[in-house]
Design a protein around this ligand. Structure first.
Ligand code: TSJ
Length: 652
């Protein structure tokens, strides 16, 4: 029977007059569709899609935890970049389903959207971006094995590229219950099949914060990369806030926690202000899915926060006369995590990362209005500190506006002069021009010599950049490191940003693949994200991708952008003869390349690679920046050192 089924899975779809039932044809079409258009199911076939496979599987275990049957989840990266996910839940059901006549365990992996269709007892709230499950991962895996511990027995089923290669078989006995899934992503379906431990670790930590009490263990078992981490937070999103604020000084010790529910939905909010931050960090989730573009739950929070703080300022006699504070004032220095759970989440926006359900605005607004007022009444010292901070923000914003007006007036009188360090290009049409923002003096020199001055401008940056976190808009306006960037781009910043004045339609960050380079990239991206966001939203910002290796054989020189490419080129240059000598060296930085090399590998539009910066990249940079820019210096150093190498690909 197993063989017949795999034959069925491979048969041509036109062959319909067959002895198998219609439901099985459905099975075939389902998984073929996934392999034909994988992007529809997992977003993309890049690294992000590859990691998405793991989230899809883990989401099932999280569902089991939310249903109250599981409290330990293990995620392992195995040798060869296979993934194993194990939980101690009830185990996927193994009984025969009436509709298909097959064990549920087989159906889960062969029918699209089969997950959650049976049983029906669980409260299904978790779910990946696209709400698909084990069958999609199965379809995109070179092989996959599932073992279920249940009823004292171990059941096993195996697949290859979505086709069942071993039907459900009892392979032993057990005294435990749970589900184990092992899969190897199909190299035919993905650009790259190497997993990044930090990416998975970050996501699992997030899930551990969002699902208080669940133990999540993650391990990298690949030789030379061994790592592991155990995560478990009884405090849930309260501890998430503490984690985000770890390098900052809280304005009040206790994290404010608010929760409430209505019908089938619930909302939890945790927040804390920091005295040494002027930045707003709101991290929101719907059904455990991150919503970096915000949405209705964030709107509910903002509305309630502004109303409650204004009412309290008046009531507690903190405001003088007609004083009041704006929404922005109320969020300066705020770190807030919102998590809502609802039955039919609607994800909207460009990246489907924005929550559209308006009932969540009502719910979060109600919870915060009610609980925050109560908290402030019970903790007047905290109330006073928060209101005073908001008032300070209000005054600073006034001062900043005046400073901006002064500068505008000055510019109108004198005409704005371009920065002295800028080597501008000849072309004037922004659609045809690009600017390289280059780290370091020597690299700046080579870039200037190597460029095509008809359309490429160079702006070198050096020295430590301003700590954007601590600086308000007024300080940034006058800062001598960022000022040249602002004037060279010519479009202003903040509320005054005017895209039509942008002087270059490609803004290219060119920095080394080392710690300092990643620092500069993070700073610039964070700066653009906070003060020139349309620049990123409209796709004007790029990262240059300099090569990592240089290979020389006699008079022939080639470069490689990765270790894999280096090895391939080296083999090619030797032409199969191991005795041929190819000299391989590593570029330690941009400064080591002469101007011709820099032009050929990194700047020539015909030959270079540019990576367009997405909002997702910028959001990540912003988050890293927050982590890096706290008061305490040591954790920051360690963090940069640990991640410096990865920052090469902006893969934070
Ligand atoms: F993705 C997946 F399907 F492969 C998968 C599912 C992967 C992993 C790691 C875990 C799971 C999973 C599924 N863990 N626990 C469950 N539970 C059920 O499927 C289940 C068990 C019992 C009942 C019941 O009503 O008795 C219902 C369900 C949905």
């Amino acid at each position: 029977m197993a063989e017949e089924r795999s034959e069925l899975n491979e048969m041509n779809t036109t062959q319909t007059d067959h002895e198998y039932g219609a439901s099985e044809i459905q099975v075939l079409e389902g998984l073929e569709a996934v392999r034909k258009r994988p992007g529809m199911y997992i977003g993309s076939t890049s690294s992000s899609g590859l990691h998405h496979l793991v989230y899809e599987i883990v989401d099932n275990a999280i569902d089991e935890a939310l249903a109250g049957y599981c409290d330990h989840i293990t995620v392992e990266i195995l040798e060869g970049d296979a993934i194993r996910v194990t939980d101690n839940g009830r185990g996927v059901p193994v009984d025969i389903q009436a509709q298909t006549g097959r064990p549920a365990l087989e159906v889960v992996y062969t029918v699209l959207h089969a997950g959650g269709k049976f049983g029906g007892g669980g409260y299904k709230v978790s779910g990946g971006l696209h709400g698909v499950g084990g069958s999609v991962v199965n379809a995109l895996s070179e092989w996959m094995e599932v073992r279920v511990h249940k009823n004292g027995q171990i059941y096993e089923v195996k697949f290859s590229r979505g086709n069942m290669t071993q039907e459900m078989t009892v392979i032993g006995t057990t005294d435990k219950t749970g589900t184990e899934v092992v899969f190897k992503p199909d190299p035919e379906m993905f650009d790259d099949t190497v997993y990044d431990y930090e990416t998975l670790h970050r996501r699992m930590r997030e899930q551990a914060f969002l699902n208080a009490g669940v133990h999540i263990f993650i391990a990298d078992r690949r030789t030379g990369r061994e790592a592991e981490e155990s995560m478990h937070y009884e405090g849930g999103i309260r501890e998430f806030v503490t984690f985000i604020n770890q390098n900052k000084t809280p304005l009040h010790e206790q994290v404010i926690y608010m929760a409430g529910s209505r019908d089938d939905s619930m909302a939890e909010i945790a927040m804390q202000y920091c005295e040494d931050s002027y930045n707003e960090i709101i991290v929101s989730f719907a059904n455990n899915v991150h919503t970096p573009e915000g949405g209705m739950h964030e709107e509910g929070l903002k509305r309630a926060l502004t109303n409650v703080l204004n009412a309290y300022g008046k009531k507690a006699g903190i405001f003088k006369g007609e004083e009041k504070v704006s929404g922005d004032d109320c969020r300066e220095g705020l770190t807030c995590v919102i998590s809502v759970k609802l039955t039919e989440a609607q994800f909207e926006g460009q990246t489907k990362a924005k929550l559209g359900n308006s009932e969540m605005r009502t719910l979060v607004n109600a919870v915060v209005s009610d609980k925050l007022e109560q908290f402030l009444d019970e903790n007047p010292a905290v109330g006073k500190a928060i209101l005073e901070k908001a008032l300070m923000a209000n005054r600073a914003r006034e001062a900043a506006r005046k400073a901006r007006e002064n500068i505008r007036r000055k510019n109108a009188l004198e005409g704005s002069t371009l920065p002295g360090k800028l080597s501008d290009c000849n072309e004037r049409d922004p659609a045809l021009t690009e600017i390289y923002i280059v780290e370091g003096d020597s690299a700046g020199g080579s870039a200037k010599q190597g460029r095509d001055s008809r359309f490429q401008a160079i702006l070198p940056l050096w020295g430590k950049m301003l700590n954007v976190e601590k600086a308000r808009a007024d300080k940034i306006y006058g800062n001598d490191k960022l000022q040249p960037v602002i004037t060279a781009l010519g479009a202003g910043l903040g509320e005054d940003f005017d895209e039509s004045k942008l002087r270059y339609h490609k803004v290219i960050i060119m920095a080394d693949a080392d710690v300092d380079g990643s620092h500069i990239r993070t700073l610039l991206l964070t700066f653009f994200f906070r003060f020139m966001r349309p620049l990123i939203e409209r796709g004007y910002v790029y990262a240059a991708v300099p090569p990592l290796f240089k290979l020389v054989r006699g008079k022939t020189t080639r470069v490689a952008f990765s270790e894999e490419e280096r090895d391939a080129i080296s083999k090619e240059m030797r032409g199969g003869n191991p005795n041929v000598k190819v000299d391989i060296s590593r570029f330690k930085g941009l400064g080591e390349m002469d101007y011709e090399e820099l032009w050929e590998t990194t700047m020539d539009p015909e030959r270079r690679t540019l990576k367009r910066i997405t909002m997702e990249d910028a959001v990540k940079a912003d988050a890293i920046f927050n982590l890096l820019m706290g008061e305490k210096v040591e954790p920051r150093r360690e963090y940069i050192e640990r991640n410096a190498f990865k920052a090469v690909n902006l893969d934070y």
